[in-house]
Write a protein that binds this ligand. Structure first.
Ligand code: ADP
Ligand code: MG
Length: 779
């Protein structure tokens, strides 16, 4: 032990020498100047003293004041300076992988190091961290996973939980676990960081932990609501009748075709149309009364275009940040703007996107200064609200919505809808404009809509299915799930917990007594949704891992099939070329991916993607995720290193279909044929519709009695996004809780009925499977 101590002491001295020499170097001095200009730096001593004195503290401060990049760094620096560098171990969690990566890179630059030296990061399936790393930025999910195997966080000295005001599910979960851990680890320091000021909630959760606010300076930002935008021009509307006539036959062009054509949209059409055809300034005002009813389901692109035009033409220079609802909206709007004479001119406007899945090179551009006389316009998701700070923003355009998953426990259906943000979010978005000089914020909704916003957003724990979470709670071995969750800041409804437990029993991850099964234990180790984890395990056991890897990677990234609004039909035809009558979106994905790999080998990947309406970026992401999954499977001994063995049954389409079914179950609907129509009914008797881009959407009839699907989404009706037809025999064999025991039971039960299999190739494969299974059981 004392030998170890000596080694660490020596290392600490080396760390201190390095830190001092960097801080004295010209670049280091310059960097320190820059850091000293941040509001957080002025509080350095006060913060360090508070951390030393208290086990838990809550820190709040304006976004951009230096919480994330500075605070953990202060602790690291002061430990190093006091000669204890090698003894400290600081973890700082982020809700999003991209911010964990960006911040780690920034902090290592500030320390004059490369990533992976004293500062590293770890996000799902990826990370850069070395033996000298003492400050680790990771996602909150990663820390939770670590707590599974290391319940006391041995060796960790400080934990920073960042962005707690967002009330992400993982953060809320972490707080329960950490609160419990603090009593066992008296020496552990917990620092909670939040952007907005609801610090009291967290402070009282931790028994009145002290709160510290970092006063920040921001310039005033003028807020313009929709009516202000309209009123400044001379457009006049005489009667509300005119309003109705005007909007009657126009479909809101950019609107998803799924949304109903209700009256509220007519007003939007009016606003948009007028804006498109007149210039921003000559646009007119309307009565407050009609604005009160203004409630679009999402904000029109043309409105954004008009406002952007106004800013670029009439306002002073300065970067623009546009808050949109999601990646798909951003890319659609970007395409539209590219065609605009002013906004699409790269010599005058630099259009950038900022969302969770952007490439690192694009990410850097966001922070950089644009060339002179070029206006930077960043289209962002609500990620830019708090976790990423772009310094030169002067104008903010806020569409007032964010895509959030909501969860309807009663119908057990997750919904993904753009919904109105909270007052806190709107304020936060506005604040982004005042970093360097007084700013302007255009809220594209009336003030009365803002007044109706909730103060804060509902915590994620109360609006998402708890399947994954409950599985993790089980593997933490902390007793009853319900009891555990009742210790949360705001506990979820018991019904939501029951649903999750039922689900986990149904897929065989929990047994009748709510104990983890073998399958459940494996599933809790895989960093994917339990359904997808099960598909991977089944694919490994049944030796058809390649296609299954593609399906799972595709379902966890996003659909690589693009669906441009104006070329829907062409895109649909292109997709159906991959389906070859097998009535499966998942198989189409597998074919598209394999075709892409071939095309890549021949050097024609670009043409291939172009011709087939495929996103090369998404396919690339699927490719790398596949590789990471297969490492994990190898690591846990589920597949071996020989690709041939792992794929000895991959050619068997019915088997692959079965594996897909085993993973997606109970996402299953029956196919009901009527005279010349077809409808789909789920297990709970609900009616679902096929997503327009599904290969199955073009058929009049489908020769399968069942469809399994990955995701059920409530928009205005309930849609299933991707589906695969399966036969009765597949459903019997693979649907339901497939555990070692029950699978053997299934097989035995089916022994006598083998002749009745409708699908001859399946019965052949069944024999092989049975053999494999017998072997497996004997082991
Ligand atoms: P907070 O966590 O309080 O929101 P941060 O610590 O993330 O603030 O950021 C503090 C400052 O550091 C920001 O104002 C920004 O100017 C700067 N900064 C952060 N990340 C980068 C980066 N990748 N490149 C350049 N500057 C950055
Ligand atoms: Mg931050």
């Amino acid at each position: 032990r004392s030998v170890m101590e000596k080694i660490l002491q020596r290392k600490s001295i080396r760390m201190r020498n390095f830190q001092r020499s960097w801080q004295e170097s010209p670049e280091g001095v310059k960097m320190l100047e820059l850091r000293k200009s941040l509001p957080a730096y002025k509080e350095k001593e006060r913060l360090l003293a508070a951390i030393a004195r208290n086990q838990v503290i809550v820190i709040s401060g304006e976004t951009g004041c230096g919480k994330t990049t500075q605070l953990p760094q202060f602790v690291l620096e002061s430990e190093i300076e006091s000669g204890r560098g090698a003894f400290c171990n600081i973890i700082c969690t982020q809700p999003r992988r991209i911010s964990a990566m960006a911040v780690a890179e920034r902090v290592s630059t500030e320390r004059g190091e490369n990533l992976g030296e004293s500062v590293g990061y770890k996000v799902r399936l990826e990370g850069i961290k070395g033996k000298d790393t003492h400050l680790l930025f990771c996602t909150s999910g990663i820390l939770l996973r670590r707590l599974l195997s290391d319940r006391n966080l041995n060796g960790v000295t400080h934990v920073f939980v960042d962005e707690i005001h967002e009330r992400g599910m993982n953060e809320d979960f972490l707080l329960i676990v950490l609160k419990d851990l603090l009593s066992r680890r008296r020496d552990l320091r917990l620092i909670l960081m939040s952007a907005t000021l609801n610090a009291e909630l967290f402070s009282s959760y931790f028994g009145g932990a002290p709160t510290i606010h970092i006063p920040g300076f921001t310039h005033p930002v003028r807020a313009h609501f929709l009516e202000d935008i309209l009123e400044r021009s001379g457009y006049k509307l005489t009667s509300s009748n005119q309003l109705d006539d005007y909007g009657q036959d126009r479909v809101w062009k950019t609107q998803r075709q799924l949304l109903p054509r209700k009256r509220k949209n007519q007003i939007t059409t009016l606003v948009e149309d007028a804006l498109k055809h007149s210039s921003f300034e000559t646009y007119g005002s309307r009565t407050r009364d009609s604005l009160a009813n203004w409630n679009p389901d999402c904000t029109g692109f043309n409105l954004i275009e008009a406002v952007l035009c106004h800013i670029c033409r009439k306002e002073r220079p300065g970067a623009v940040l546009v808050f949109m609802t999601g990646w798909d909206d951003i890319s659609c709007l970007k395409d539209q703007l590219k065609a605009h004479p002013l906004l699409g001119d790269p010599n005058r406007v630099l259009l950038l996107a900022c969302h969770g899945s952007m490439a690192t090179s694009e990410q850097r551009l966001i922070f950089e200064k644009p060339p002179p006389n070029v206006q930077k316009v960043v289209l962002a998701t609500n990620m830019a609200e708090a976790s990423i700070t772009i310094n030169d923003i002067v104008f903010v355009v806020d569409c007032g919505k964010a895509k959030e998953t909501t969860y309807d426990a009663l119908n057990n259906t997750p919904c993904l809808l753009p919904s109105w943000i909270s007052k806190a979010s709107a304020r936060q978005r506005r604040g982004r404009a005042g970093r360097v000089q007084p700013g302007e914020c255009y809220h594209l909704y009336p003030r009365c809509v803002y007044d109706a916003f909730a103060d804060y957003q509902l915590p994620e724990l109360l609006r998402t299915p708890l399947n994954s979470l409950c599985l993790q709670i089980k593997s933490l071995q902390v007793g009853s799930i319900g009891e555990f969750l009742s210790a949360a800041l705001q506990p979820p409804e018991p019904l939501a917990v029951d649903n999750a437990v039922e689900f986990l029993k149904m897929i065989g991850a929990l047994d009748g007594n709510e104990n983890l099964t073998d399958l459940g234990r494996y599933l809790s180790m895989l960093p994917v949704d339990p359904k997808l984890g099960k598909m991977l395990i089944m694919g490994a056991v049944f030796r058809c891992i390649d296609p299954v890897l593609t399906v799972v990677a595709g379902l966890s990234v996003r659909d690589p099939f693009l669906l441009p609004q104006e070329k829907k039909d062409l895109a649909g035809t292109a997709k159906s070329r991959f389906s070859a009558k097998d009535y499966s979106d998942h198989m189409a994905l597998v074919r598209a991916y394999e075709g892409w790999k071939d095309a890549e080998r021949e050097g024609s990947a670009y043409e291939y993607c172009w011709r087939n309406f495929l996103s090369a970026q998404t396919l690339q992401a699927i490719h790398s995720l596949r590789r990471q999954f297969s490492y994990i499977l190898k690591d846990s001994g589920l597949i071996d290193s020989d690709a041939n063995t792992n794929n000895s049954l991959s050619h068997n389409q019915s088997l692959v279909r079965g594996i897909i079914c085993s993973g997606l179950f109970p996402g299953i609907s029956s196919v009901v044929h009527r005279e010349n129509s077809m409808s789909f009914k789920t297990m709970d008797d609900g009616q679902v519709l096929l997503y327009a881009n599904s290969v199955n959407a073009k058929y009049q009839t489908i020769p399968y009695p069942w469809m399994v699907f990955g995701e059920k989404v409530k928009v205005n009706a309930v849609f299933i996004r991707d589906s695969t037809g399966v036969s009765d025999s597949i459903l019997i064999l693979f649907g339901g809780a497939v555990t070692k025991g029950s699978m053997a039971g299934h097989l035995k039960m089916l022994d006598g009925y083998i002749d009745f299999f409708m699908d001859p190739s399946l019965s052949e494969c069944y024999l092989q499977l049975k053999e494999e299974f017998d072997k497996l059981i004997q082991q």
